[in-house]
Design a protein around this ligand. Structure first.
Ligand code: NI
Length: 134
């Protein structure tokens, strides 16, 4: 094992509470162990995604009252129309929308689309689920 590095992380209370519940359910000894696994999983997924065409879905929740967010999300999706197969929109409650975007395309493009959407202010959560393209 290489040298250990420490770093600070700032999280909202609800998120750290949820993370602590996850840690307990998954029987981790501490937050560092749980975080290491999450990081490894992300890096492995990234490595796998580096090759070829994939299919999958982007699932995201956002606050549609955030200024200009809906227009931005539509513009982005038009920029990536070559890899978007379909989009399903669900109005969760007065503020929140759930969007499921079915995708098929080369891995870097799929990753780029997910990253751009995720970085938008007002997007509360986004996950990318990848499957084989055929
Ligand atoms: Ni909606």
């Amino acid at each position: 094992m290489g040298a250990l590095y420490r770093f600070g992380v700032s999280l909202e209370k609800e998120l750290i509470d949820a993370f602590d519940r996850h840690i307990e359910e998954q029987h981790y000894n501490n937050r560092s162990e749980a975080l290491r696994d999450l990081i490894r999983e992300e890096l492995l997924k990234k490595k796998w995604l580096a090759g070829g065409t994939v299919a999958g879905a982007i699932v995201m929740t956002y606050d549609h009252h955030k200024r200009e967010l809906v227009n931005q999300l539509i513009d982005i999706q038009h920029d990536f129309q070559d890899i978007i197969i379909s989009t399903q929109h669900v109005h969760l409650d007065h503020h929140h929308c759930l969007e499921i975007i079915a995708i098929r395309g080369n891995a870097p493009d799929v990753q780029k689309l997910a990253a751009i959407l995720k970085a938008k202010i007002g997007v509360i959560h986004l996950s990318l689920s990848i499957s084989a393209a055929g």
